[in-house]
Design a protein around this ligand. Sequence first.
Ligand code: HEM
Length: 181
Amino acid sequence: MKGIVFTEFLEMVESKFGLETVDTIIEKADLTSEGIYTSVGTYDFNEMVSLITGLSQEVDIPAGDLIYAFGLYLFSSLGKAHPEVIQSYKSPLGLLYSIEDHIHVHVKKLYPDAELPAFKILEKTDNSISMIYSSSRGLYRLAHGLIEKTFEHFNGKADITYQLLKEDGTEVKFDIVQNGQ
Ligand code: HEM
């Protein structure tokens, strides 16, 4: 997993729960990296799992809810780090439609060793999109947060529902209907 995901995650933890919590979860996780990340480095995904599990225990919030909150946070972080990627879109549905074929293709050029999820579009209309998220990492709640924030970014609103096609969350269908603006 790319370092930018770790650095942004730890920044979110600091802003929401304080520096002490950051130190505690890094210490508890016993990480090979020792919790020292650079945005362009690449680190074991298991380190992220340990950090989230530790944070969940520390603050008593379910891991899935923390991952969703991180998705909300990460959208702005990625937008700041790579404004050119988001600026080329005029609508939230247009952006979502392009994750697989444009956005993450561009990300792969920026970070050749990035491990990205796949998004298969099932249907797109003027106000809706259905797509299947697949990734061995099962970070569908992260995707949910990112999708939610995409609408906020364009001052829009949407109903976002999802259904686990595999119990472990490695394949999840999203149904997104825009309902405002
Ligand atoms: C709403 C749109 C987007 C969605 C739903 C989305 C979804 C995701 C998800 C769920 C992951 C976690 C990896 C996994 O699940 O296997 C991921 C990773 C990532 N995405 Fe996206 N993404 C979006 C837009 C973007 C944008 C705009 C950028 C950059 C400008 C970006 C850059 C990245 C990077 C750097 C990673 C980390 C890859 C790694 O750790 O190796 N994504 N994306």
